[in-house]
Design a protein around this ligand. Sequence first.
Ligand code: MTE
Ligand code: MO
Length: 527
Amino acid sequence: MVSMTAQTSRPRTRRIVVGLVTAAVAVGVGHLVAAIIEPATAPLAVVGQAAIDMTPEWLKSFAIRTFGEDDKTVLLIGMALIVTIGAAVLGIVAAKRPRRAFIGLLVLGTIGAAAALTRPGASPIDALPSIVGALAGAFAFSRLHAASGGAPRAPADGETSGEPAPGEVPAASGLLDRRRFVRATMGGAAVAVTAGALGTFLGQRTDADDSRLAANIPEPTSPAGEVTGAGLDVAETQPFFTPNDRFYRVDTTFVTPSLMADEWSLRVHGMVEREITLTYDELLARPLIERDVTLACVSNEVGGKYIGNARWIGAQLAPLLEEAGIDPASDQLFSRSVDGWTCGTPTSVVMDGRDAMLAVAMNGEPLPIAHGFPVRMVVPGLYGYVSATKWVVEIEATTFEREAYWVRRGWAQEAPIKTQSRIDTPRAGASLPAGEVAVAGIAWAQHVGIDAVEVQVDDGPWAAAELAAEDTPDTWRLWVYRWQAGPGDHTLTVRATDRSAATQTEVHAAPFPDGATGHHTIDVRVA
Ligand SMILES: Nc1nc2c(c(=O)[nH]1)N[C@H]1C(S)=C(S)[C@@H](COP(=O)(O)O)O[C@H]1N2
Ligand SMILES: [Mo]
């Protein structure tokens, strides 16, 4: 006996399965083809990247605020959900009109191909993963559709599901029909999984990793020297240098660019007397400086974690631009990453004597791939989006008429880092025993320097915190305030004063469009 629900629900389940397997074959095969051509051209990757680039500013800020560095994972999960739901819907609506499935795949394949072809530096074969994926999906659909019995007839009143209607081929009888469908489904799923797994395996290109491991960074001509006393003897607060694997990461790339050092070159052009093209070896042969610089992201909320301090090795930018004979009328250096992200840095800042560099090493290692291997820019004192181009391949001397990636999305054209401070310990909401509590954290005013940090308990007076030694004005400064904590609920607030004698404003501003302001405040409970 077959129950009424089974009888009516089976065709729908089948239709959904047909849709899902079709989509899985399309995505899996597309992924495999992309792994052979270039992983970043996979259908989901190009659409994900397009989604990132087309996201309106408010939604992007929301995503960064809400999901932090997991924003790409959230996007991936969102895309997986959309694909799954879309595939199920397509399976249902195409069951009676298979042409709809082919049209759907044609549309999706075209979107994927268009997204792939509009990537910076795209070549025509980049459209192949989406096209081949869509074709594979169409083939899978035609097989599955046939095996699912084609356009299912509506069960007539009183009919039991196992009996073929008069005139139907005997092979389509319930059991055989079912077997055939299961076999087709398993076949499709096997193709999807195999292609997906093979693509993932092949896509794990170790070329860039190998190239990075083989990179040999020469000793800097101008070393940074010992840092003494810049750290703090307080457990749970920041180390002075942020380890590479804990360094914040912010970029717009959906698939991390994978560049080999010996493929890399930098083109310096635009408003210059002579264009310069530099290879990795030529860059390493230049005099190298080693400097400690604290990077910060403009998206950092007050109290946020998008800040890190590292020791960088690189070649100074200013002499290179002088060699190129930069036109004094150029007020913007427009740099471009291999994946097309762009960045506008004031020429005057890069040329003013600070240690603006093309960095090749971070904390004693070749640049990690996620942080821009083989070469990135580092400019002390400016937020990352106007200075810190990772995977940099081009610097064009130009004027501020050109608008870089984030400027086109409304962020400020010039963005010096604002003086800020943060409490790292105790944690917000902590319960503490009464007695001495080490309140500690960081304060930063890159390229200006921090002169004082003060802490306020509840509505009390501002009291001076103890400052760890200054490494250079380009780095953050650690501080500690030894607080005699009495029982009760307390609010702790911090503020910094920089070397220009400016004290942080208490006026709260959001990160958009040129960096957050306001005091970092936490609540704690003392028992
Ligand atoms: N190619 C590329 N470089 C980039 C970005 C990017 O999206 N793409 N983001 C910038 C931003 S907004 C910041 S804050 C810094 C972050 O550098 P990190 O990821 O090494 O910490 O990189 C900058 N360089
Ligand atoms: Mo940033």
